[in-house]
Design a protein around this ligand. Structure first.
Ligand code: AMP
Length: 609
């Protein structure tokens, strides 16, 4: 089957040729012809199946270039996906005069998005929250929308966008075509498709198995400057007997090799600039077991065919999910067990999410092993080695026969000497310091009497509270904040709990693990066009002159009035929020607060009274 057999117009066929795609993928072959005929589609297919092209081609063909109004609306769960879809649409529209697409997403200023709408863009790809905002402001006219696309519908439902989708759909003309795509099927997806589509044709594309279950996939969050040390610790712990380490550039490959050689490990490199003979020599050496670690770029490792690599390390995440699959496919071959360890930084969370969706596996988050843990494992490994050798040790050497010391004392001295001789002094790294968030969560686990966790109505098992200096006066709604945390902050699903809005600030419960990342990424950020700061909530400061105190002064009289006292001890059980009299500081101020409880399982927001 070729693209030209699918009934695609010549302008788009030309663009496909420029893109270099030769044959349509299964979802394209199955979805494009019926969609071009105007039918509704439910495509069950994963990222990487070519679904973007499958819906973009019929969508572009449905557009009337002479009409400068929005005609195609595509909803996507994240900003990254919206931008990515728009890029692909623009490439396909290369030879379609007067047709353009724009991404529309929250957490960014309205200006450029409004300008594009005013210019008469016909194809809008947006996140549901921002799309409904613009529709309700009258900036996005739904009257001419003849095609609705829902991409990664399961992801949108997981992120709590059901209500927004319903509100968007309610504004669209009933006479329209709907193309919906989802990686998974569930009752919620079934309900959604029933409500948005009209007798859709269902097309299910089976996901090829990209990774094997015997390959354990783990992630360490570690700053770039600590990575060689963490890699060394993995080697030290004996978890890597024959490891393959991947980096994205030759320069980083060289840095890793230099760093490991300086620490005394048997390591070599493989990159594109090396002559073939040298590359073969290095591969041979790795194959024979003379090297503990081989460090390579993706291209250089193409020809590497070795079966018993026990660990693959992604020193940096690859940008292309296909590369990730190729990299980790080097371990856990032929039914063996293997480990794929990925180092990620603060900015890598959305890329990680994309990789996870692509391979269909959630990678296990692990904490970097501390010096103490490395030391413990190293000592255990030494004992194992001694025991392995004991069977063949033979008699006591002559040199030790005349020593007049108890055997235990002698053995202890020998063991200590061995530990000292084989130890490498560990380099301290920032990841060794326990984070205050980790301490908080441990206190909760230990049943400590100080309840550091949020409050008794929190939807999260363990939480810390983040403070944002923006609230109802800025017109913020809980979903704006949830969108910011998930999209801009890269918070994994289910890590954001209760969101409480006050006049000038908001309090957001998040899991302890994600809090440092959110503070780093969103320390200063934009929400609904306003710049705000996000930090850990320290509670209301003591003393009347603090800005926090001043912020609430207008409500002071109200607070001292009727409601005070009566509810004095029923406030939140949350150390940081109590004022000096031990009373809850927010509720008594008479501020009406809006709470949204994110259901632990569906992640759909629902209001609490
Ligand atoms: P998607 O599933 O839409 O995210 O597509 C995954 C990747 O496959 C994108 O980088 C597309 O550019 C690429 N792609 C889409 N269709 C084809 C095709 N027919 N042949 C080769 N690559 C394709």
């Amino acid at each position: 089957m070729s693209f030209s057999e699918l009934g695609i117009c010549p302008e788009i066929l030309e663009a496909i040729e420029v893109l270099g795609f030769e044959t349509p993928s299964p979802i394209q072959t199955a979805a494009i012809p019926p969609a071009l005929e105007g039918g509704d589609i439910l495509g069950l297919s994963h990222t990487g199946s070519g679904k973007t092209l499958a819906f973009s081609i019929p969508a572009l063909e449905s557009i009337d270039p002479s009409l400068r109004e929005v005609q195609v609306l595509c909803l996507a769960p994240t900003r990254e996906l919206a931008v990515q879809i728009c890029r692909e649409v623009d490439k396909l529209a290369l030879f379609l005069d007067g047709v353009s697409a724009v991404p529309i997403y929250g957490g960014a200023s309205f200006g450029p998005q409004l300008a594009a709408l005013k210019r008469g863009v016909q194809f809008v790809v947006g996140t549901p929250g921002r799309v409904i905002d613009l529709m309700e402001q009258g900036e996005l006219n739904p009257a001419h929308i003849s095609m609705l696309i829902l991409d990664e519908a399961d992801e949108m439902l997981d992120m709590g966008f059901q209500d927004d989708i319903d509100r968007v759909v309610a504004q669209l003309p009933a006479e329209r075509q709907t193309l919906m795509f989802s990686a998974t099927m569930s009752p919620a997806i079934r309900k959604l498709v029933d409500s948005v589509a009209n007798e859709p044709q269902e097309i299910a594309i089976e996901r090829p198995q990209l990774t094997v279950p015997t390959c354990e996939q783990v992630v360490y969050e570690v700053v770039f400057s600590s990575r060689i040390e963490v890699l060394s610790r993995l080697i030290e712990m004996g978890r890597m007997k024959r490891g393959l380490v991947f980096a994205n550039t030759k320069r980083v490959v060289d840095d890793i090799v230099d760093g490991l050689l300086a620490r005394g490990y048997a390591v070599d490199r493989l990159h594109g600039d090396m002559p073939q003979t040298l590359r073969e020599r290095v591969m041979d050496s790795f194959r024979k077991g003379n090297l503990t670690v081989l460090v390579a770029t993706d291209i250089a490792a193409r020809g590497l065919d070795i079966d018993d690599v026990d660990t693959v390390v992604n020193f940096e995440l690859p940008r292309d999910p296909e590369d990730y699959v190729h990299r980790i496919g080097r371990t856990a071959r032929a039914g063996r067990k293997g480990r794929a360890v990925s180092f990620i930084g603060r900015r890598d969370f959305s890329l990680l999410g994309r990789l996870e969706r692509f391979v269909g596996v959630r990678m296990q988050r692990e904490k970097v092993m501390t010096g103490v843990q490395v030391e413990e494992v190293r000592r255990e490994s030494l004992v194992d080695e001694i025991l392995e050798n004991a069977a063949e040790a033979g008699e006591l050497p002559d040199e030790l026969k005349d020593i007049d010391l108890p055997a235990e004392q002698l053995l202890a001295a020998m063991f200590n000497l061995l530990v000292a001789k084989t130890s490498r002094e560990l380099q301290p790294i920032p990841e060794d310091r326990p984070s205050k968030f980790a301490r908080n969560s441990r206190q909760v686990e230990d049943g400590d009497s100080v309840v550091e966790k949020g409050n008794d109505w929190s939807s999260l098992q363990q939480s810390v509270t983040l403070f944002m200096n923006g609230g109802k006066l800025l017109g913020l709604r809980p979903k704006d904040i949830a969108g910011l945390f998930y999209n801009e902050g890269g918070a994994p699903k289910g890590t954001v709990g209760d969101i409480r809005l006050f006049l000038k600030h908001s309090l957001i419960e998040v899991t302890p693990e994600v809090a440092p990342q959110l503070i780093e990424r969103l320390g200063t950020c934009q929400i609904c066009g306003y710049e705000v700061n996000i930090r850990e909530d320290k509670g209301r400061p003591q003393g009347g002159n603090a800005p926090y105190e001043r912020e609430f002064r207008p409500h002071e009289r109200e607070r001292r009035g009727a409601s005070y006292g009566g509810r004095g001890n029923t406030g939140f059980r949350r150390g940081g929020e109590r004022d000096s009299r031990g009373a809850s500081s927010y509720r008594e101020r008479g501020e009406r607060q809006e709470r949204v409880f994110y259901d632990k399982f569906s992640r759909r927001p629902r209001r609490r009274d």
